[in-house]
Write a protein that binds this ligand. Structure first.
Ligand code: GLC
Length: 433
């Protein structure tokens, strides 16, 4: 009896410790897999596809009945990609300060932007330009030292075995044989992309049209990890992703997931739409970016190239001004972590990984010193990021007998103000409390 009891206790202890071990191992594994992403902060999203020919909604235009499927696909004839130059794109992304770029390899319309062997619906086989877009993109982005992300829509409204065709028309309901045929096709494309382009990040979309079991989400995730043990997957894989993907809206409070990325259009469209002039200003883009990194997230800023492969002037201008700002303030951006809550400082902030530098983003021209409340750490030095000019700080409301940390006032000289967002750095004597 005693022996059985001892055995029972030992197996409980071992069982528990191996459980704890495997849990911590998983956390460590994920943290190391996510580390470049956590440091990267800025990515460029590229919606390039045949929808740029007529300048209409990517895929949704035929799904929502604004154009027939037949006429939608006629855009293939106008898709020349004649000035497409992946190297120029990559140079511009680098200039903007991006550390990764994500390209649509296939949108919900099912048109592959690479030479798929799984069917004939690709720009290589069917468009006027006949060019593989994905291959040179991956090479150019990698040559610049950036990570490669591949957008892939699970939805394929053009595929004869996919259940949904348009909002009004379904091909079938509950036909396991046809659905499995489609899954075979889809998995074939995933295999092609994984082996040919070896993405660092998969950006899935359209997972809402089936559940995890339907897509085989756990199997997909496992497969992609087998191809590349370091791969990262966005959240649109029915619970099997690695990070959160809010779309076109900065979260007000820090999301619960340690990793997240705001994907955002520059105007209101993902793809090229010449009539949409509702562009955010560089100032708005930069401030949204500061909001994201202040809450520990990334920004994936979208561009929609024209059918010939050139990037619209408005978008180039935004990327260039963003780039001026990101390069000047690189220390405050890359590799940083969430800053302090807004009750302590009324703007975005970040801190260095070791917690000894606190970066404060100043969104307006100050008409007096800026203030940080409740900072327990002593400030060793303070300067303006990008110019290196040291600035004065002063602690007020801290009598010698009080444990109250007081108010820290920081001077921002007028001639140091950046035309967009000024950043000051506080070096702390000890890691931020
Ligand atoms: C949405 C849209 C799609 C777009 C994507 C980008 O899922 O369906 O058109 O490509 O957002 O995040």
């Amino acid at each position: 009896m005693k022996r059985i009891f001892l055995f029972f206790i030992l197996s409980l202890v071992f069982g528990f410790s191996s459980f704890v071990f495997s849990q911590t191992e998983d956390v460590q594994e994920k943290e190391s897999r996510m580390s470049w992403f956590a440091d990267a902060k800025l990515g460029i999203f590229v919606h390039y596809g045949i929808y740029a020919v007529d300048g209409i909604d990517e895929s949704w235009s035929f799904y929502n009945g604004k154009i027939s499927h037949e006429n939608y696909l006629k855009q293939l004839k106008g898709f020349t990609s004649k000035k497409f130059d992946a190297v120029k794109w990559a140079e511009l992304f680098e200039e903007a300060g991006a550390k990764y770029a994500v390209l649509t390899s296939k949108h919900h319309d099912g048109v592959a932007m690479y030479d798929t062997k799984m069917n004939d619906l690709s720009v290589v086989k069917k468009s006027a330009g006949k060019k593989d877009i994905v291959e040179p993109f991956c090479k150019a982005v990698r040559d610049k030292g950036m990570k490669v992300g591949i957008y892939y829509s699970l939805i394929d409204w053009s595929h004869p075995d996919y259940p949904n065709f348009t909002k009004e028309k379904k091909r079938y309901e509950n036909d396991t044989i046809r659905w499995n045929k489609f899954l075979g096709f889809m998995n074939g494309q995933l295999d092609e992309i994984a082996t040919r382009f070896k993405p660092d990040l998969w950006w899935f979309d359209g997972d809402w049209e089936a559940d995890a079991k339907g897509w085989g989400a756990p199997q997909i995730k496992q497969k992609l990890l087998t191809y590349n043990p370091g791969v990262i997957v966005n959240s649109r894989l029915q619970g099997y992703g690695d990070y959160d993907t809010p779309e076109n809206g900065v979260p007000i409070t820090k999301p619960t997931s340690p990793w997240w990325e705001l994907c955002m259009t520059m105007n209101d469209a993902w793809g090229y739409q010449p009539t949409d002039k509702n562009y955010k200003t560089p100032n708005q883009v930069i401030r949204i970016f500061a909001d994201c990194i202040g809450l520990g997230g990334n920004m994936l800023l979208d561009i929609g190239p024209k059918e010939d492969g050139t990037i619209p002037g408005e978008q180039v201008a935004i990327l260039k001004e963003l780039g001026r700002w990101t390069h000047k303030h690189a220390d405050a951006i890359y590799g940083t972590r969430t800053g302090i809550p807004r009750d302590w400082y009324s703007g975005p902030s970040t801190r260095s990984k070791d917690g000894k530098k606190l970066y404060l983003f100043i969104e307006h021209k100050p008409n007096g010193p800026i203030v940080v409340k409740g900072l327990k750490n002593k400030v060793a030095t303070a300067w303006v990021v990008g110019t290196g000019v040291t600035i004065n700080t002063q602690v007020m409301m801290k009598p010698w007998w009080s444990s109250n940390p007081g108010q820290l006032y920081i001077d921002v000289p007028e001639d140091q103000v950046d035309p967009q967002v000024t950043v000051v750095c506080l070096t702390l004597e000890t890691a931020l409390e």
